[in-house]
Write a protein that binds this ligand. Structure first.
Ligand code: MG
Length: 462
């Protein structure tokens, strides 16, 4: 009997050692068009997000976290490659997002985070909205993901013949107005899924993925369809939020985050799982109460004012990421790629420029991160640049309607710490700052021109 107990104890120790030596699991939850001001932990007064608030309280909440673009497709390409859209080919000036009849997708020679992690034996899954090419040769299974379940592009991209013209159709929760297909692997499994059930179905898939792969290191990329318009929520959440239908949708997303974190905890994986929550771009303001809020930040989706590209950023890993920290240092969705590679023991590709930085010193409270200039592109056009606390706008454009672009020479200059709403242009008082930003920009822009072969075909087919 004593012998048996000894063997069991030894097995237990061996098992624990093996678990401890495994690289961390990684889950990236990515909302669509969720604004910087849309969560309670970011100051929203009436949308209730207890699970994200708890995630932030147990982890680190960034106040200056940036997407690399102000719309969906280039933002996702940058997150998954750690590179500016200008480098990874997803930067068409006019068609800044892939359309339902675009032929292109993320170039094959780009290395996604999933492909990088596969080299260390990770199981990889993508659940949700892809939007990096909808043809079979561009879907997640062609970019390092073992499993895929979700919509290939935005939920507004395939209106049906019964869908009324104009914007009105966006304000009605009618599933028959939309026919964005649901895909598993590379096969369309439902041509017109019920959008009210999408968040719930994605969440069930995500929880199943976590439980199924609990013994292996895994990477789950979980880009939600919502709160991109048209807005849909399940019966349990519809009509429940004080903030109306937009609140219903965000509160269901918050529930989903709670389900994912609960699954991680229940599987005993909390201390070896990094979970990241963010959004691809700012709120789509032209949709009135069906669009979100950037809080005190100026403008929203489609604009390079702060509201278009500064987004929520929450990192959670009990025992590793400093808990209860409001992090005011700047960080980027592009940082996720090199940070996760470092944590997983994967060498980042050396045959190309990775624009993100390893921010694990910030996350673990062990140091700082050197940061050069951050560039705000819209398509292939440079609109603004941030160096330290200063942001210079060379071109500005409103997020609303069809407003024209406005060029600025000298550039408009804002101190983002003193004036986060970008209200007071102080360029005339600080010509030295403007000059130093221009020097920093010149250094980068000269090498940020995409090769023609890298520019993918985003133009919709006739
Ligand atoms: Mg978006």
């Amino acid at each position: 009997m004593r012998c048996v107990l000894c063997v069991l104890a030894l097995l237990c120790i061996l098992c624990q050692t093996t678990q401890a030596e495994l690289p961390p699991n990684v889950i990236v939850i990515y909302a669509d068009d969720l604004g910087w001001g849309d969560l309670a932990c970011y100051g929203h007064p009436s949308i209730r997000t207890p699970h994200l608030d708890r995630m932030a309280a147990e982890g680190m909440r960034f106040t200056e976290f940036y997407s690399a673009a102000e719309v969906c497709t280039p933002s996702r390409a940058a997150l998954l490659t750690g590179r500016y859209p200008m480098r990874n080919g997803m930067c068409h000036d006019q068609f800044r997002v892939l359309r339902q009849n675009s032929k292109g997708g993320l170039p094959k020679d780009e290395t996604t985070l999933a492909e990088a992690l596969k080299t260390k034996g990770y199981v990889t899954g993508c659940i949700g909205k892809w939007h990096l090419g909808h043809l079979p040769e561009h879907l997640p299974p062609q970019h390092g993901f073992d499993e895929y379940f979700g919509l290939p592009f935005s939920n507004d991209m395939r209106p049906t013949p019964t869908s009324p013209p104009g914007r009105d159709k966006f304000y009605v929760e009618k599933n028959e107005y939309w026919a964005t297909p649901l895909i598993r692997g590379t096969d369309i499994i439902e041509p017109q899924p019920d959008q009210r059930l999408l968040t719930r179905r994605y969440t069930e898939e995500a929880v199943k993925f976590i439980r199924t792969h609990n013994a292996k290191p895994f990477f789950l990329y979980f880009p939600h369809t919502f709160p991109h318009v048209p807005l849909f929520a399940s019966d349990k959440f519809r009509g429940q939020s004080p903030a109306g239908i937009y609140g219903d949708v965000v509160e269901e997303l918050d529930w989903s985050v709670g389900q994912v974190l609960d699954a991680v905890r229940q599987e005993g994986l909390a201390e070896r799982t990094l979970v990241v929550f963010s959004s691809d771009n700012g709120p789509w303001l032209i949709f009135d109460t069906h669009g979100g809020s950037a809080g005190l930040l100026r403008e929203g989706k489609g604009s390079t004012w702060e509201g278009g590209m500064r987004v929520p950023g929450i990192f959670w890993w009990p025992g590793k990421v400093k808990s209860g920290v409001i992090q005011r240092e700047m960080a980027l969705t592009m940082d996720v790629f090199p940070t996760v590679c470092k944590l997983a023991g994967v060498d980042v590709p050396t045959d190309r420029t990775i624009d993100g930085r390893d921010i694990s010193p910030l996350l673990f409270g062990t140091g700082t991160v050197d940061r050069e200039v951050f560039l705000y592109y819209r398509g292939q056009t440079l609109y603004a640049a941030r160096l330290g606390v200063w942001k210079a706008h060379f071109i500005t454009r409103s997020a609303y309607g069809n407003d024209k672009s406005e060029s600025h020479e000298p550039p408009a200059l804002y101190n983002l710490r003193v004036d986060p709403s970008e209200r007071f242009d102080v360029a005339a008082k600080h010509p030295d700052v403007v000059a130093s930003i221009k020097v920093a920009v010149d250094k980068h822009v000269s090498e940020l021109k995409p090769a023609p072969s890298q520019l993918i075909e985003t133009v919709p087919a006739k």
